[in-house]
Every structure is written in C-alpha cells, then in structure tokens.
Design a binder for this molecule. Structure first.
Ligand code: SAM
Ligand code: SF4
Length: 352
C-alpha cells in the first residue's frame, strides 16, 4: 500500500496547533489499535484462517504509543480510543491504559481513554482497567443466540461476552455502549431484542451498517441491512424521535418512546458522516491513517526507531507526520463510488 514519504502540512502550523484539515475539520479523536490479533473470527472482519499477522517486531511498544499520544494530545486530540483486533489480548493493556490516562491535553486537562472490545476478558481485567483510568467502554455483541454467535464469530464464546457485559454493567463506566453489525439473514430479526437487552443492562445499543472491510473482501451491498431498514424494524416496537446535535459522533441517535433510553445507528454506507469526522487512526504497527477506507498510510516507525534522533526531533517528526496525515484527508470516503477500492488491510488490522 502507498506510504507517504514526506512531512507536508501545506501551511505554517507547528507543534501545539490544532490538527485542522483542508476542509476545516478539527481532529480530536485518535483510535489506537493495539494488536491485529483476536479471540474471535467475525465473518465481516477476519478470515476463518490464513490471516497474515503483523510482524511482532513491528508492533508499537507502550513507550512508542505514549510518545505518539503525547504529541497528539499537545496538538488537540482529546480522546484516545483503544481498539484492535482485540485490545484486551495485549499483555500490557493495563499499563497502556494507565500511561495514556496520565497524558494531558493542550488545555492541561487529562485526555479521555475509551475502549472498543469484544468483552471476553473484561471479567478478569475490568477492575484493574478502571483503577488505571479507563473512562468508557463499547462492547460488541451481534446476537444473543449461542448458535448464531458461534456461526458468526467461529468461536463458542457467547457466555464469555455476556459475562463481560455484566462486568461492565456492574462497573461505574458510563455511558456504556453495545455495538452490533446488522446483517441480513443473520441477526436482522434480533434488533428489537438487542435494544431491550441493552436497556436492561444500562447500556445504549448501536447498530452499525456493514462496511467493505472484511479481510476476505466478500462484502456485498445487497446483503447489507440499511439504516432505514433498522429504523423500520425498531419503529414497530418504539416511537423513535431523532436526537439533534450529533457533532462529530459516528452514531445518529433516536429516543425510544420519548426517552430517556436511546438507540444509535452508524450508517457509514447509506448516510455517511464524513463532513463532521474528527478521527485519526494509528495501527498497531505504527501507521497513521486519516480514514478507515484510506489506501494511504503515514509510517511513524522509522521516526520512532531512528537510532540517532534526539528526543525533540522524534516529537517534531511525529507532529509533522500527524499534520501530513491530516492534510491528506479527503472530503469523504468513496464506498458508494463504482471505482471504490477496498483497503488492503481488514478491519482487525486497521482498528475499528
Ligand atoms: N475486537 C473489538 C470489538 O469487536 O469490539 C474491537 C475491534 S472491532 C474491529 C471494532 C468494531 O468494528 C466492532 O464493533 C465490530 O463490530 C466493527 N466491525 C468490524 N468489521 C466491520 C465491518 N466490516 N463493518 C462494520 N463494522 C465492523
Ligand atoms: Fe475480533 Fe472485533 Fe474483528 Fe470480531 S470484530 S473478529 S471481535 S476484531
């Protein structure tokens, strides 16, 4: 895949200035993928077998992650969202959270640390993660039926995910969000049940339109359940009222029967929200990306691992690469363009 070589921001911005792209979008959210490994094999994300794993030597260390995070926070990033692969598979996950939670933003306030996880290791790890400073959790659960879960994730782990959600419910972390990819012929008849489950667990359910990011490149638009179909299914059970003021959030939300509970839909395909996107991504092997669907990556590894650079030069190099990445951001993704090319990496290697 193409890799940007030079540090170019097309302007006079320097370290400490906000990360504003050529379309005026200010970047506040950095998604940090900690690993491409996972305990599940969701069909829409990973192949059943034969995945090509990232080389262990290329995976960022906690020191390298924190170094990037500090520069990003000085440049106005206010939230780090840890993802993967499965972020809880990382042996040093508690240390990663502890050190990121200690990073302060440009305004001197601590940065928020959130995580998207399949939940399987939460019962063991959640108390330590909370103590280390984790602020928020999103847990993925596409179905409540064991046979479906097994077929969809190719692993028999529904009970472990449910235990993870119970642990999250018992913790003080709020808002708690549950994510499901809506899939035709797989879980489209379970949407109401999933919302009821989320409400019963003090969580907000969010449905995601399936995106062309599976490692097998088998995405098929005709099998995608659209936002309109999701809302139609939920309208049979609740009166839905749109919640205004979405800002840069990926999910549009609706009140259920006037509230207080809500449901969210992330409609990247049929109702893209690129105009308000404030997100950047860092892969586990040190590549900056300005979009899930980008085919260009901005390589931080040579900057981080240059033997001869003094500390200040490394930070300046990271800052320059962040600005190049932001400068190169297109106005929107092109999923709906006939010439759309799926990125080479699957979702597990980009970081969802
Ligand atoms: N393993 C963790 C998990 O599943 O929550 C974190 C990584 S996962 C890649 C992050 C999110 O991306 C999950 O909510 C997952 O459902 C979603 N996702 C993965 N592949 C997707 C696809 N092709 N389309 C839409 N969402 C996808
Ligand atoms: Fe693993 Fe998350 Fe991908 Fe499922 S969606 S295979 S849990 S990384």
């Amino acid at each position: 895949m193409p890799v940007a070589a030079a540090s170019v921001d097309g302007g006079a911005a320097t370290m400490g200035d906000p990360l504003v792209d050529t379309h005026g979008r200010v970047h506040r959210d950095l998604r940090i993928s900690l690993t491409d490994r996972c305990s599940l094999r969701c069909t829409y994300c990973m192949p059943e077998q034969g995945n090509e794993w990232l080389a262990k030597s290329s995976i960022l260390t906690v020191d390298e992650i924190v170094r990037i995070a500090r520069v990003a926070a000085a440049d106005g990033i206010t939230t780090f969202r840890l993802t993967g692969g499965e972020p809880l598979l990382r042996a040093d996950i508690v240390e990663v959270v502890r050190r990121l939670a200690a990073v302060t933003g440009a305004d001197g306030r601590p940065v928020q640390v959130a995580m998207t996880t399949n939940g399987i290791r939460l019962p063991q790890l959640l108390p330590a993660l909370v103590e280390a400073g984790l602020d928020r959790l999103n847990i993925s659960i596409d179905t409540l039926r064991g046979d479906r879960f097994h077929a969809l994730t190719r692993r028999d782990r529904l009970d472990d995910v449910l235990a993870g959600i119970a642990a999250a419910q018992a913790s003080g972390l709020r808002p708690l969000k549950l994510n499901a990819v809506a899939m035709r012929g797989v879980n489209e008849d379970e949407l109401v049940e999933l919302v009821e489950f989320a409400v019963a667990h003090g969580a907000q359910m969010r449905f995601i339109e399936q995106m062309p990011l599976d490692a097998g490149h088998t995405w098929d638009r005709s099998r995608m359940v659209t936002q309109d179909e999701i809302l139609t299914a939920l309208s049979a059970r609740w009166a839905l009222t749109a919640v205004p003021g979405r800002g840069g959030a990926p999910a549009a939300r609706w009140l259920l029967d006037g509230g207080p509970h809500t449901v969210g839909v992330i409609a990247s395909v049929t109702a893209p929200f690129c105009g308000d996107c404030d997100r950047l991504r860092l892969t586990a092997d040190g590549q900056l990306r300005n979009c899930l669907f980008s085919t260009t990556e901005y390589d931080l590894l040579p900057i981080l691992r240059a033997q001869t650079s003094p500390g200040g030069a490394v930070d300046a190099g990271i800052d320059g690469m962040l600005r190049s990445c932001v400068f190169g951001k297109l106005p929107g993704h092109a999923i709906n363009d006939p010439a759309f090319l799926q990125p080479a990496r699957g979702m597990n290697a980009i970081g969802g």
